[in-house]
Design a protein around this ligand. Structure first.
Ligand SMILES: Cc1cc2nc3c(=O)[nH]c(=O)nc-3n(C[C@H](O)[C@H](O)[C@H](O)COP(=O)(O)O)c2cc1C
Length: 180
C-alpha cells in the first residue's frame, strides 16, 4: 500500500483546512493509499532555530517534535501539502515545517492542494514549488489543485462544487500516486 502523508497548512481555529484536509484524505483512501495526517497544530514545531542549516550533512536536530516530523516525511512514499495562501505565499506554519527538513525532501513526490480567493493559492503554490522542487529537489507534481473560494469551495472551506473539487484534487493525487 502506498503511504501518503497529508500535511495541514493552518493552525487557525475554524480554519478552512479543517474541511479541506478530510476531503483529501477521503480521496486518497478511495484510491487505496495508506494515509497519515501531519497536523502542524498538534506537532507544534518550533520556529526554525538550529545553528546548522538542514542542507548541511551534520544537521541532526534533537527536538523530539522535529524528529517526529522528519520521520513522518522520511517514512512517506508521497506527501500532500494542503495550504492556504497568506500574503501571496504559502502559509508560514507550513513553510517553517518545510524548512526543518533537508535531505528527506530530495526526490520525495509531493502534491500541492491549495485554496484562496483571487488566484486559488497559485502564488502560494509558486513559492512552495520554488522551495521544494527548485531548492530541495523534491518531485513536485505538475497537476497542482487550485481551489477558489466562491467557486469550488465556500469561504469556510466546505465543498461548493463537488465535481470540480474531485477533478482538480483528483488530478493532483493521481499524479502523486503514479510517482510514489
Ligand atoms: C494573514 C493572511 C493573509 C492572507 N492573504 C491572502 C492572499 O494573499 N490571498 C488569498 O487568496 N487569501 C488570503 N487570505 C485569506 C485566506 O485565504 C483565508 O482567510 C483562508 O480561510 C485562510 O486559510 P485557513 O482558514 O486555512 O487559515 C489571507 C488570510 C490571512 C489570515
Amino acid at each position: 500500500m502506498t503511504k501518503i502523508l497529508v500535511v495541514t497548512g493552518s493552525v487557525r481555529p475554524g480554519s478552512a483546512n479543517e474541511k479541506v484536509v478530510p476531503v483529501v484524505v477521503d480521496m486518497l483512501t478511495a484510491r487505496n493509499a495508506e494515509v497519515t495526517v501531519a497536523d502542524l497544530k498538534e506537532l507544534n514545531l518550533p520556529f526554525f532555530d538550529d545553528p546548522i542549516p538542514p542542507s548541511a550533512p551534520e544537521f541532526a536536530p534533537t527536538d523530539e517534535r522535529v524528529v517526529k516530523w522528519t520521520g513522518m516525511v522520511a517514512d512517506a512514499d508521497g506527501v500532500v501539502l494542503v495550504t492556504p495562501e497568506y500574503n501571496h505565499t504559502m502559509s508560514p506554519v507550513q513553510l517553517n515545517a518545510v524548512d526543518w527538513i533537508g535531505k528527506e525532501w530530495q526526490d520525495k513526490p509531493v502534491a500541492l492542494v491549495g485554496y484562496g480567493w483571487r488566484s486559488g493559492a497559485s502564488q502560494a503554490h509558486a513559492t512552495a514549488r520554488e522551495a521544494l522542487a527548485v531548492n530541495l529537489k523534491a518531485k513536485v507534481g505538475d497537476d497542482q489543485a487550485n481551489l477558489f473560494f466562491m467557486k469550488e469551495l465556500n469561504p469556510d472551506g466546505s465543498v461548493a462544487d463537488q465535481a470540480a473539487v474531485e477533478k482538480k484534487v483528483g488530478a493532483a493525487l493521481d499524479e502523486l500516486l503514479a510517482h510514489s
